[in-house]
Design a protein around this ligand. Structure first.
Ligand code: AZC
Length: 816
């Protein structure tokens, strides 16, 4: 900085920036100020959207105050910080969340009401920040909320995509995709930092020469240069002044290069370079649990970690401490392998730019990084081909080869002559072409590797990385079970339930310590509490019914069981099995006499979720659900007892409406395939019960609720492979496409091994649900007991686990 304030000026500055009391009048003043000055509107030229924007800018001012003081405080203390690197942050809307976390929602709502606007309507004006696909991206967002709430010195880093996940509409039953240009009207929740930029380079060659001390030095001469520009998204904690930052990078052309082309008269070339540069951060790849080997995706990955590391290093250098102290200030968490090239980048910077030797650099790098694995599905494990890496990042490719060489040499020393082992454990996969196994690279370079639920972490250690566990020891591997933030997923999404809990527990403290929910158990059989609890559920169901009427043109019966499966459409998540079960139910209803029909428990089956645009089977499942809905909903005789809807465009704000309204939700992945799942936690937290397989976090949820408050069914993980094998090579059973006609013969064991037919077990489970639902008091009790058991699944608990066992950082609450 070229300017330093004198003590008098600094004092004056302090006085001018001192937060003003948030009186009604002050809020109104700020609102009108932004409406007239920021938006250039007048009282006669306002609508809900303008009012939303004016409120948003004024709330943002509050955030910025807190954010500034948090950052200034962190700078003076210079603690060890955690940097959470993620290609996805599925934040959703910000205004309601900010108002609630800052504890100023009522004040704002009242103040704005007197200016003629309704806060609930304004909140609805906001477009989601949909910078993620599903579970992995939403987890990152929940973690940011917890890091802020628990006062950890933390930063999130990622990409500011111009287009988030596509918008889905349903046309003739098919999914159609539309671009999500969420930035059309600007984004009040970010602060563009045109002053914080870093160069990022790609391509070219590496020149090797003799250095002063006799060793080789490597100079990377890239051919493409772009610039990363910072955008800051302040994240307020709940009930604290801590406000942390998610810094998202956007790509811009580098000036040097367009000038060169421009001056050479190559105007078109210079413009093309500009668009190429901007394209790097244009789009989020819409794949969930599936990797894509596209060059642009690799560019995104390197682009964001390259800028991030420069930012982290700049911050570290302010301490004036030597490189050996770097790990005492910095912990970097890799959210899946997507940012793994950052490991290599740090090794490169330390050697090529900071002049450390290989071993010195390696010691630092391996103390800094840790890696979270989110899936064991082979099709989701990232591999980059060697030719592509060489083309885009030639120096990094050399370093990866070196890391692999040193690693394999030490494996060879431990297991002399075992060439097969070397081949299996190599970071480089042989083949034409060769490729780099990014997960192996992460395991070799990180001090800690974790899975996201007990079962998943077990599979990570026993299947995915078993030889690495044997080689490095089990100490490198651990579990951190996922969690969700109760602030967004209960307090914000279900305000009435939150208020009931606060009233019953006589304090809001449960929002900071979710284990306090257990105190609700004593009220589980209290008829008055049950009545209030179920009345809130009923009103949430009504609200969802209104959304369904508006978006699906179906009037669903709000007294029916709401049976929900909303998540990305994927074979392993088995929406297909679920829709077969629904069709089976429909066919059974057809056969019933009026008398029997009248005794059926009415059910509304609700699906929602996006399919990757190129995922044919998933798209066909969406089509099948919609076609089935068209038949089922128009059967006048049975539609009282069964309705089916597919709600389009599932996203965070739709989840906030659906989840509080569910009676049961389906988490029915094939055992061993869903790493954790996090919506399962959100549903139970809101008093919905799980129908699920023995998979992911369902297992731990069941341990907490007790088996009587969860509907688990199906086979266990070790049996799955066995069954698959038998199905492929065994009796050669063919499942009759007319499901109803074969159901009984399969069930009586005619074909052996009934466990293969999990769809049948699913059907049985759903019958059990019907029976339970009829006893209203018992159902209410289960719902309360299950929700009261969710203490473990707060993302606060997950973050405390990471902080204590992996990052070794401590809370730094801001001074009052
Ligand atoms: C998901 C897992 O599928 C889900 O089970 C888990 O809850 C979530 O991560 C958060 O840990 N994985 C992904 O979204 N994507 C990848 C590449 O695994």
């Amino acid at each position: 900085p070229g300017w330093k304030p004198s003590p008098e000026i600094a004092a004056r500055w302090k006085k001018l920036t001192a937060p003003k009391e948030l009186t009604e009048e002050h809020i109104q003043e700020e609102f009108v100020n932004h409406a007239t000055k920021t938006l250039a509107r007048s009282a006669f030229n306002m609508d809900d959207f303008a009012a939303y924007q004016a409120s948003a800018y004024s709330v943002r001012d509050q955030l910025i105050d807190q954010w500034n003081s948090t950052q200034m405080y962190h700078t003076t203390v210079s603690p060890k910080r955690v940097y959470y690197l993620s290609l996805e942050f599925l934040i959703g809307r910000s205004m309601d969340n900010a108002l609630l976390n800052l504890g100023i929602k009522d004040r704002y709502a009242n103040a704005i009401d007197k200016l003629g606007f309704n806060m609930e309507d304004l909140v609805e004006q906001e477009t989601d920040a949909a910078l993620g696909n599903g579970g992995l991206g939403r987890l990152a967002a929940c973690f940011m909320d917890s890091l802020a709430t628990l006062d950890y010195p933390a930063w999130g880093y990622g990409i500011r995509y111009n287009y988030g996940i596509f918008e889905q509409s349903i046309v003739d039953g098919y999914q159609t995709e539309h671009p999500d240009y969420w930035l059309t009207f600007g984004n009040p929740w970010e602060i563009q930092r045109l002053d914080i930029t870093y160069p990022v380079a790609f391509g070219g060659t590496v020149i090797r020469s003799k250095g002063a001390s006799g060793g080789f030095v490597y100079t990377w001469e890239p051919t493409e240069r772009v610039v990363a520009v910072a955008h800051d998204f302040p994240i307020p904690g709940f009930g604290t002044k801590s406000t942390i930052n998610i810094r998202l990078w956007s790509s811009k052309p580098s000036n040097e290069f367009d000038f060169a082309s421009f001056n050479a008269g190559e105007y078109e070339k210079s413009v093309k370079e500009q668009t190429d540069a901007e394209n790097i951060t244009s789009c989020l790849y819409p794949n969930d649990n599936h990797y894509i080997g596209k060059k642009l995706r690799l560019k995104q990955q390197y682009f964001f970690v390259c800028a991030t590391l420069q930012d982290i290093i700049r911050r570290f250098k302010k301490t004036g401490e030597p490189w050996s102290e770097f790990p005492k200030h910095v912990a970097i968490q890799l959210n899946d392998t997507h940012p793994t090239i950052g490991i290599v980048e740090l090794q490169r910077i330390l050697i090529d730019e900071e002049g450390l030797d290989w071993d010195g650099a390696w010691k630092i790098v391996t103390k800094v990084y840790s890696y979270t694995n989110h899936t064991v599905l082979p099709e989701a494990l990232e591999k980059w081909t060697v030719p592509l890496l060489k083309e885009l990042l030639p120096r990094h490719m050399m370093i990866i080869f070196d890391i692999n060489l040193f690693f394999l040499q030490s494996v060879e020393r431990r297991y002399p002559g075992d060439r097969e082992k070397l081949r299996r454990m190599s970071i480089i996969e042989e083949g034409v072409p060769q490729s780099v196994r990014m997960a192996y690279l992460a395991v070799v370079c990180c001090h800690t590797v974790n899975g996201v639920a007990e079962l998943h972490s077990d599979l990570v250690q026993k299947q995915l990385f078993s030889e690495f566990v044997e080689y490095f020891g089990a100490g490198r591997f651990t579990n951190v079970t996922n969690g969700v933030t109760p602030r967004r997923w209960l307090h914000q999404a279900n305000p009435r339930l939150s208020a009931l809990i606060t009233k019953t527990l006589k304090s809001q403290h449960w929002l900071k310590d979710l284990s306090e929910l257990a105190k609700l158990k004593q009220f589980a059989s209290d008829p008055e509490f049950q009545r209030k609890w179920m009345e809130i559920k009923a009103s949430n169901k009504k609200r969802l019914a209104e959304h369904i009427a508006a978006h699906c043109n179906v009037y669903v019966n709000p007294d029916a069981i709401f049976d929900v499966q909303c998540k990305r459409i994927h074979e392993y998540k088995r929406q297909f099995m679920n829709i077969l079960q629904v069709i089976h139910r429909y066919e059974e209803l057809q056969k019933m006499t009026d008398e029997v029909l009248a005794k059926q428990v009415p059910r509304v089956v609700i699906f929602a979720g996006k399919s990757a645009p190129g995922y044919y089977i998933a798209k066909m499942v969406i089509k099948l659900i919609n076609n089935a809905a068209n038949v089922i909903n128009y059967n006048l005789r049975t539609s009282k007892y069964l309705q089916l809807v597919f709600i389009p465009n599932y996203n965070v704000s739709l989840a906030e409406i659906i989840i509080p309204a569910s009676d049961i939700s389906q988490h029915i992945s094939t055992a061993g395939t869903e790493a954790s799942g996090t919506s399962n936690m959100k549903f139970v937290l809101n008093g919905g019960l799980i129908v699920g397989t023995v998979d992911g976090a369902n297992i731990e949820i069941g341990e907490e609720t007790g088996p009587e408050n969860i509907f688990l069914f199906g086979v266990l993980t070790p049996e799955v492979e066995d069954i698959r094998h038998k199905q492929t090579y065994g009796t050669g059973i063919k499942v009759d496409p007319k499901l109803d006609s074969v159901v009984e013969s399969i069930r009586d064991g005619t074909y052996g091994q009934p466990a293969i037919f999990e769809p049948l077990l699913h059907i049985d489970t759903m019958r059990k649900v019907d029976a339970c639902f009829q006893n209203k008091a018992e159902w209410a009790k289960k719902s309360i007991l299950a929700a009261a058991s969710m203490g473990k699944f707060s993302s606060d608990r997950s973050i405390n686990d990471y902080a204590k066992n992996i990052w070794h950082i401590s809370p730094l609450p801001p001074p009052e």
